[in-house]
Design a protein around this ligand. Structure first.
Ligand code: KG4
Ligand code: ZN
Length: 338
């Protein structure tokens, strides 16, 4: 089965083709970062309009990359939520209508399920079950993953998501939007031991996170420092986030008795996080799995892949579809023909 995947939940238009037998055949991405950067964050209406303009050229480019004609696609998967309602509606309306016009099935995919399953696009993917750390701009969560649609929440952020804390700290440094990658870049020149920022919630049992105190500590340090100190603050802040995430991952593995850890979502592209978790998992005889950095952030490949698993199981979204700006991942069930 060849599935065309469409992602438009926020500020990236992603289109990809995943073939259940041959793997990923094409993936195309347009990022709206330049469009929103002048406003310091995503402007939902501009995002929706840009998705409208980008989708058809990206689908054409993906088909060309895969060497396929449109009628050779066997199904369409689109992100149905969570995300910006207008942006979601663009991809959902386009995807569902395209499937209808081709007489092919369609399925609406949960954006976070897409992120969670993205490491399975890589060669040598993890077997189920595993512990997943999902760290994006909107979510920080640890889950037990027993299979597609079999997710148990282990812990989540009580306030800011990890990516949000990166972005807000970066914004205060004048690094623009979204500042996470720029802050990580600056951190490479800094001394991570110079500022002793808190490692929140490690003194308490449980697997929940809280990043707002750490973010505030970094913002206070920024108020009192000279511009030359920014690299040290960036490095110390990043070290505190990475230490906190790693400690909770170790705790989740201890608690579940599992040895496989999957890391997904935009912050999963962070080099320091990848390095530290790789070393720690190797030291405890386990293994960590990451998607390639471009599949950590939003993309169409993860939606094509997750949609393919559900379409193969017979799941279909009828032509009268819905999108959901808010949609708990834990409400998902394994794919069934319904
Ligand atoms: O998964 P994603 O593309 O979008 C959401 O679904 O939220 O994640 C975007 C987030 C942003 O907060 C961005 O700053 C962060 O991921 N991010 C990073 C890095 N690359 C992206 N944070 C830290 N280090 C990075 N290298
Ligand atoms: Zn995302």
């Amino acid at each position: 089965m060849r599935v065309l995947g469409i992602e438009t939940s926020c500020d990236e238009t992603g289109v990809a083709i995943y073939d259940a037998a041959l793997g990923l055949r094409a993936h195309q991405l347009h990022t709206q970062i330049a469009l929103h950067a002048v406003y310091g964050g995503v402007v939902p209406e501009l995002a929706s309009r840009d998705h409208v303009q980008r989708l058809i050229p990206l689908v054409q480019a993906a088909l060309e990359e895969a060497g396929l004609a449109l009628h050779e696609v066997d199904g369409v998967a689109y992100t149905a939520g969570p995300g910006l309602a207008g942006a979601l509606l663009v991809g959902a309306t386009f995807g569902r209508s395209l499937a209808w016009s081709l007489g092919k099935p369609a399925v609406g995919v949960h954006h976070l399920e897409g992120h969670l399953l993205a490491p399975l696009l890589e060669p040598d993917p993890p077997d189920f079950p595993f512990v997943a750390l999902l760290v994006s701009g909107g979510h920080t969560m640890l889950a037990h993953v027993a299979g597609v649609g079999q997710y148990t929440l282990l812990g989540e952020s009580l306030d800011d998501a990890a990516g949000e804390a990166f972005d807000k700290t970066a914004k205060r440094m004048g690094l623009g939007y979204p500042g996470g990658p720029a802050l990580a870049q600056l951190a490479m020149q800094g001394d991570a031991t110079r500022y002793a920022f808190p490692r929140p919630m490690l003194d308490r049992p449980g697997l929940d996170f809280s990043f707002s105190g750490l973010k505030t500590a970094a913002l206070l340090a920024l108020q009192r420092c000279a511009p030359a100190d920014h690299a040290d603050i960036a490095a110390s802040f990043q070290a505190a986030v990475v230490d906190t995430l790693s400690a909770k991952c170790r705790r989740a593995l201890d608690q579940t008795g599992l040895t496989r850890l999957v890391v997904a979502g935009g912050v999963g592209a962070n080099r320091q996080l990848r390095k530290q978790l790789t070393q720690e998992l190797a030291a405890r005889g386990g293994r960590v799995y990451f998607p390639r950095p471009e599949f950590c952030t939003d993309n169409g490949a993860m939606i094509a892949f997750a949609g393919c698993q559900r379409l193969l199981a017979g799941q279909r979204t009828p032509p009268a579809f819905e999108v959901a700006a808010r949609w708990p991942l834990m409400g998902l069930t394994p794919p069934t023909a319904d």
